[in-house]
Design a protein around this ligand. Structure first.
Ligand code: HEC
Length: 164
């Protein structure tokens, strides 16, 4: 025998509806939190080593902002594979002899924007973030220049890292 009065049933339905709405709201908030900050990607900006204007701008930016640590010839700091006394690593090369090309575009953009520290928890990291110094277009430009210096096989290998 069903003892539930019509009133109780209505209240239950309302509770279920409210709980459902709350769950949807929580999911929306969570989704916005976990969505990666695509930054330049959101503005349609991307690393493009075939864009001559972008590469030219990037070359000048590299000289003024990156060469002091990564080397004018992209060869990195001397003895770059030996940790410094602080535990931090010297600046690696950005040419084919380094490991810049082992990473996808999103990582390269994120490290350049935010700095390296977030990517090496537990050890100091000398790579500064350029979010306050360079615009997203400039960050994409300097990385386009770096990619443009790689031989075709290295460019292809790095391009394969990017999600389709
Ligand atoms: C003050 C010195 C310094 C300057 C200036 C600098 N970097 Fe770095 N960068 C580093 C160091 C040191 C690392 C290695 C960080 C680590 O792994 O501990 C690094 C790492 C990186 C990496 C990650 C490479 C990899 O394979 O993980 C990228 C990308 C990078 N730098 C790009 C740039 C760009 C682009 C510029 C100029 C806009 C720049 N850096 C300017 C010191 C510097």
């Amino acid at each position: 025998m069903n003892t539930t009065t019509p009133h109780v049933r209505r209240t239950n339905t309302r509770h279920v509806l409210i709980a459902g709405l709350l769950a949807v709201m929580v999911l929306i908030v969570l989704a916005s939190l976990v969505r990666p900050n695509t930054g330049p990607g959101q503005a349609g900006l991307r690393i493009d080593a075939d864009d001559a204007a972008l590469v030219a701008d990037g070359r000048a930016l590299y000289v003024s902002h990156c060469a002091s640590c990564h080397g004018a010839d992209l060869a990195g700091a001397p003895d770059w594979q030996t940790p410094l006394a602080t535990g931090a690593m010297p600046a690696p090369p950005h040419d084919a002899s380094g490991h810049t090309w082992h990473h996808d575009d999103a990582y390269l953009i994120a490290v350049t924007r935010e700095g390296g520290a977030a990517f090496t928890p537990g050890r100091p990291n000398g790579m500064p973030g350029f979010a306050g110094t360079l615009s997203d277009r400039e960050i994409v430009a300097v990385l386009s220049y770096i990619v443009s210096t790689w031989p075709p096989d290295i460019r292809q290998a790095q391009a394969r890292m990017n999600a389709p």
